[in-house]
Each structure stands twice: as structure tokens, then as C-alpha cells.
Design a binder for this molecule. Sequence first.
Ligand SMILES: NC(=O)c1ccc[n+]([C@@H]2O[C@H](COP(=O)([O-])OP(=O)(O)OC[C@H]3O[C@@H](n4cnc5c(N)ncnc54)[C@H](OP(=O)(O)O)[C@@H]3O)[C@@H](O)[C@H]2O)c1
Length: 279
Amino acid sequence: MQRPLAERLLFPPQQVNETKLAKAVNGKTIVVSGASFGIGHALCLLLSRYDTHLVLIARTEEAMSILAKSIEANGSRATIIVADLYQIDDAEAVLARLATIGAIDIFISNAGKSIMRPLVQSLARYQDITRTNSLNYLAPVKILLGLTPLLTRSKGMIINVSALNVLLLPAPNWAAYQASKTAFDQWFRCNWAEWKQLGITAKSIYFPLVKTRMIAPNPKYTHAPAMEVQQAAIRIAKLIYQDKSVSKPWWAIFPQTAGFLASKLWNAYSFHHISRHSS
Ligand SMILES: NC(=O)c1ccc[n+]([C@@H]2O[C@H](COP(=O)([O-])OP(=O)(O)OC[C@H]3O[C@@H](n4cnc5c(N)ncnc54)[C@H](OP(=O)(O)O)[C@@H]3O)[C@@H](O)[C@H]2O)c1
């Protein structure tokens, strides 16, 4: 089926360079958090076409077992780690399991939760903040602190699967999600040079809307242009072998520049938008 013009322009289809990707991932152990659904799931399927050992982390064991069968059918290996990364004890347990696996070459920090909720509906929902921060910020920090010695040994790579809105002006209704993703992004970028000194390559990918269950509950996004999940996986796979540390949509420069030039206008627009939708 022909994709809408806006989607073809905003998210032009990309392909991986099979030779370069094979060289970058063959024989490697790649840990993917949030592997049971969405972007992480699509990435694991793509990487399983090479000679990889994929370590899958998420809560839904059944989905990961089905994925593991597909990975093995494609000729790669799969290891499943069931963990609820809202719980810091589970993040510790993940580290203990990873320590038994041996060499870890690449960690894709992908598990995430988004919440879009107006402030007035959030007043009794402090748990929105603790959940988003536990999963989007504190758990990956905990895992990466523990993995840094292993990744130093393997001269490995870390990829942070982030969101484009982290690079843009603060958006009304998105405080819990945007604050937690931004906190992790800042922590991650602060460590970039120190990881590099240890021989670890750290890269970030900033996604716009991607067609996964994450955006499904929001009726606003039903007809909004969004990237296909397989295309998101291809962009992460390309970043593994590309000689750059950041991947974002080609058009991100426009909202970034507009935000830089017009933050006062943005505040006025946000207020107008919120007032119109709450009246
Ligand atoms: N979709 C978008 O529009 C979009 C845009 C920008 C950035 N992103 C980022 O892309 C990443 C992947 O999101 P997605 O769109 O693929 O969403 P998704 O389809 O909802 O997948 C999220 C993954 O995270 C896992 N996860 C959620 N809660 C968890 C928990 N408490 N403990 C362990 N794992 C947990 C889920 O597995 P279980 O439920 O089995 O635990 C699932 O595998 C996220 O970091 C998100 O912020 C997405």
C-alpha cells in the first residue's frame, strides 16, 4: 500500500548496508532492553539475520520466547532475561545475569515508557514520575554503571534509543516522559568522552513518532505521520556501523532552530494551545 506523501518525505525508506552491518555485528553479543515489542523487537529480528547472540530483556516472557524462536530460526542465538525495570532490584538481577554471559559487545538501551497527561490530571499521580524515571532514567543508568567494565574489556558500544522531543522545547502534557528521557540523555552525553577514553563508543538516536503500541493509546496520533517500526530498527542497525554518534531525522534541524530562535513565541503558543484544548 502506498504510504502517505508526508510519511515518505519525513521518513524516507532506508536500507542497511549488509556487508558493513555483518562486519559490525557478526560474532557479537548484543543486549537489547525492551526486546519484547516495538522497536526493540524489530531490531532483534533484523540483527538475527546475522551471526549474533541476542540477549533480550523485558517483562513479557511469552513474547520474548516467540521472538527467541524466530531468532534461532534465523541462525542466531537468543538469551532471555525477564525483568521489570521499574524495580531497581530487577536491574541488579539483570546485571548479575549479564555478568555470567561473558563478553558483552553492544548494549541497546531501548526499554521505555511514555506518558502524555495534563498537569491537572497528574496532581495525584506522583507514580507517573517514579515509573518513567525508574524505567527511562534510573534502570539504564544502573545497568550501564555495571556494564561499563565489561564494555571496556570488549571495546564495546552503547546506543541510547531516545526521543526527538528531548532535543526540542518542553512540550505541555509531556512533563513526566520528557523529563525522564532528557535526564538520561544528559547523563549519557556527560559520559560520552569518558566512555570514549575507555574505548567504549556511545551513540544516541532520537526518534520522532514510530508506529508501535507506545503511541496507540493516543487518538491524536491515529492519523499523524509516523515512522514504520522496521524503519526505526534499520536506523539503529545503521548507527551501529556508521561513523557518527548521533542519528536524528533530516528535518530535526528546523524545529531545533525554530526553538532556539523563538522560545518566547513557543511559550505563548503552548499557552494558547493548552487554553484552547482545556476550554
Ligand atoms: N514509539 C515512538 O513514537 C517513540 C518515539 C521516540 C522514542 N521512542 C523510544 O523508543 C523506545 C522503544 O519504544 P517502543 O515505541 O518500541 O515502545 P513499545 O512498543 O511500548 O516497547 C517498549 C518496550 O519496553 C519494554 N518495557 C516497558 N516497560 C518495561 C519495564 N517496566 N521493564 C522492562 N521492560 C519494559 C516493553 O516490554 P514489556 O512490556 O514486555 O516489559 C517493550 O519491549 C523507548 O525508549 C521510547 O521512549 C519511541
